[in-house]
Design a protein around this ligand. Structure first.
Ligand code: C2E
Ligand code: SIN
Ligand code: SIN
Ligand code: FE
Ligand code: FE
Length: 695
């Protein structure tokens, strides 16, 4: 079958009315006119014209042909679909018909200068349809020349790219918010940024972050902005309302009529007409709350509800916000844990230095109040001869009532803790009226009570009691702190009772430290799901290597703590870098290379961890001096860090990372062998190969 190729129309005169005479070729491109009859030739021309016309009619792109003044001569049906103007309406008018005011005069001047110069113009225009609605079109205007080489017409091909350009704007908005959040490191700094940006982006006049408090089953309206500012700090039920609905379904929700919505909101701003959109905030597959925006509806209903693009944007911003908030939470948790370690250390010093129980317990209770953020605390000692609990020390009380306390074991709070050997909580004292100790604590206005028995070597020594005057919720961290402080109180009491056990009590305390560090290191691994268990495995391997290299017992204790905390500095590295699924760019590397320095800055204030700092600080130094952050070389790198480096790289390469899959054991072994004398201390590599690690 012969093919038909259209001749270059731009040099053909009046190609619009009459299609150009086609050049008929066979498959190899050889002209075959000579083989055709004239009749057949004309039939073809007519058929070609019909086919071309059909193609122009069927194409999805709008096509406009104008004369050199921009007067429309011909449009295809897609033009009518795009703009709403029929061919009859458009022909004879100029293309200015579609102008929306979205471009400057200069923009059109540039366009016209391009096409009158005979060049093709390509670009985007914000135009207006017949019905007044706006759309973004991508347009290519090609000048068409007549036989004399003069421009006679312009052919414009238009495509509706509203959707595409909307996406581009969304991406831009998302990156603005990400950039703003990257600078903020605490929750307090992040919340206003999130709320302000979302209001700007969605032209909303109110926004709010609501957090799901699982312990109480309530929604905490943490921070409102604009029209929703007045709701900051309120709590509402998670069982009803739009927020509750979003938390239950995990799906975004929007309502244009808050008054008749089936999930009637408890969070309306009191305005007569407003539309509301709510997106779930979820971090690591857990719903932590919701991001809400509100917009006043001026003209009643209809136009001001949030459209699909706006909802998409809200969801994207909610995702970014959730991950930033998680980062802030981890950061703040880490700071709290550091403080707690410091506190444990201070108490330890006091306990070792003083054998006066009154002084020791006083210092301890100061820490209890500060660390647990409670209002008052007391220690009752168990008197084995009389089987009574007697007041020994107290802090934070307004009255002296507590000082006379002497309780038998049938007391339903402290006594019960002794008999059942477990903590007792009375979170709502108003439900226990009269509280058995009403007389002693009359006038204190406590609302909650918690205690924990102090048990040493199987004997109950006493009870630590804490009291709160406000509405109060405990979480796992608080509970852990209570247990650690109770262990310290027990040690203190035990110390004075039994001098000879001093040595052993210190050991108990060291255990409490190490339990804290281990829990903390697990929390660090959790930030990056892919490295779960990494710290623990690396620590085990480092300890084996240290043993093989004859590091003494004292040194190994510090190596263990250092290894567990080696990447604590990654706390300071944003998610966008840490969890990036591909290679890091140079700016990101600068940030990533800070992590040993961050670790040093975070841990250095804790005296007890100072001997353990070598690993967090120097684990990325390399034997040949090419490592970071100090570029130390050979023996100048502390031995602990040289040992650790091999273990870390082994485990890193044996695990999946966001940026690559795990390597096979043999491949990693030969890599480590090859790096002896470059990345690694050859002695350590020898010891490593001798261990024959296989997992
Ligand atoms: P990490 O994942 O715990 O890796 C620790 C060390 O193991 C690395 O230190 C490197 O010496 C070695 N290692 C890990 N993966 C590879 C690998 O695929 N090839 C080779 N040859 N060695 C590997 P380094 O390079 O200083 O990196 C420090 C941290 O920077 C890494 O800790 C990781 O959190 C991050 N990182 C490194 N490269 C990338 C990357 O391409 N993308 C992302 N998102 N993060 C990276
Ligand atoms: C204009 O000049 O109004 C726009 C040009 C065009 O769309 O062809
Ligand atoms: C610094 O680089 O100045 C602090 C970190 C360190 O000394 O390891
Ligand atoms: Fe590291
Ligand atoms: Fe590591």
């Amino acid at each position: 079958m012969a093919q038909v190729r259209q001749r270059d129309t731009s040099s053909d005169s009046d190609s619009l009315q009459r299609p150009a005479a086609p050049r008929i070729v066979d498959r190899s491109g050889m002209p075959i006119e000579s083989q055709q009859t004239a009749q057949l030739w004309y039939l073809r021309v007519e058929e070609d014209a019909r086919l071309q016309r059909a193609a122009l009619d069927a194409t999805a792109n709008a096509i406009v042909i104008t004369d050199t003044d921009g007067v429309i001569r011909w449009v295809n049906p897609a033009f009518t679909t795009l703009t709403g103007y029929s061919a009859e309406e458009a022909i004879g008018l100029t293309t200015r018909l579609l102008r929306s005011g979205g471009q400057t005069e200069a923009y059109y001047r540039e366009l016209w200068e391009t096409i009158t110069a005979g060049e093709i113009w390509r670009g985007e225009l914000l135009n207006r349809r017949k019905d007044g609605s706006l759309y973004v079109e991508e347009q290519t205007i090609t000048p068409v020349r007549n036989a004399l080489g003069r421009i006679s017409h312009y052919v414009a091909i238009k495509q509706d790219v509203t959707e595409r350009s909307q996406r581009a704007r969304e991406l831009e908005a998302v990156s603005t918010v990400s950039a703003a959040l990257r600078i903020a490191s605490t929750r307090a700094e992040m919340l206003p940024v999130i709320l302000e940006q979302i209001c700007n982006l969605l032209h909303a006049d109110g926004a709010m972050i609501a957090i799901h408090d699982r312990a109480s089953g309530e929604v905490f309206l943490e921070r409102g902005y604009g029209a929703m500012a007045g709701m900051s700090g309120l709590r509402v039920s998670a069982d009803s309302g739009v927020i509750g609905h979003v938390l239950r379904t995990g799906e975004p929700y929007q309502t244009a009529d808050i008054w008749s919505d089936p999930h009637l909101s408890q969070i309306h701003t009191g305005r007569l007409n407003e539309s509301l959109a709510v997106a779930p905030l979820s971090a690591q597959n857990t719903l932590i709350g919701a991001l809400i925006v509100s917009r006043a509806m001026i003209g009643g209903c209809g136009e001001e509800i949030f459209n699909d693009a706006e909802l998409r944007l809200l969801i994207s911003i909610a995702d970014i916000a959730a991950s930033a908030l998680r980062r802030a939470e981890l950061h703040e948790q880490t700071k709290q844990r550091l403080q707690r370690l410091q506190a444990i250390h201070n108490v330890n010093i006091t306990i070792s230095a003083s054998l006066d129980l009154g002084v020791t317990l006083g210092v301890l209770l100061d820490h209890v109040i500060e660390q647990l953020r409670v209002d008052a605390a007391a220690i009752l000692l168990f008197e084995p001869r009389s089987l009574c609990l007697e007041y020994a020390a107290g802090r934070g009380f307004r009255t002296h009532g507590i000082e006379g306390v002497r309780l038998a074991l049938d007391d339903p709070a402290a006594g019960k803790a002794v008999i059942e050997r477990r903590p007792i909580s009375l979170p709502d004292l108003s439900q226990h009226t009269p509280f058995v100790r009403a007389r002693q604590i009359d006038g204190e206005q406590f609302s909650s009570y918690y205690n924990i028995p102090l048990i040493a070597k199987g004997y109950v020594r006493g009870v630590l009691e804490v009291f709160v005057r406000r509405a109060w919720k405990v979480d796992a961290d608080w509970d852990e702190s209570l247990h650690i402080l109770a262990a310290q109180a027990t040690v203190a009491i035990d110390n004075t009772a039994l001098f000879e056990s001093l040595q052993r009590s210190n050991m108990d305390l060291a255990l409490a430290y190490d339990a804290t560090i281990e829990g903390w290191s697990r929390a660090l691994d959790l930030r990056d799901r892919e490295t779960e268990g990494h710290s623990q495995r690396v620590t085990t391997l480092t300890m084996r290597l240290a043993h093989a290299l004859k590091v003494g017992e004292e040194g190994r204790i510090h190596i263990q703590r250092g290894a567990l905390l080696h990447d604590i500095g990654k706390m300071g590295v944003p998610d966008a870098i840490l969890l990036k699924p591909g290679p890091l760019d140079s700016a990101e590397w600068v940030e990533m290379r800070q992590h040993p320095t961050y670790a040093y800055e975070m841990l250095q204030p804790i005296i007890y961890l100072r001997p353990a700092l070598d690993i967090p600080r120097y684990h990325h130094e390399k034997w040949d001096g090419s490592g970071y952050p100090h570029g130390l070389k050979g023996d100048a790198i502390p031995l602990a860090a040289r040992i650790f480096a091999v273990a870390d790289v082994w485990d890193a390469l044996r695990s999946n990372r966001p940026y690559r899959q795990a390597w096979d054991a043999e491949v990693v072994r030969s890599y480590i062998t090859a790096q002896a004398g470059r990345h690694f201390d050859p002695e350590v590599v020898r010891a490593f190969l001798a261990l024959d690690v296989d997992v």
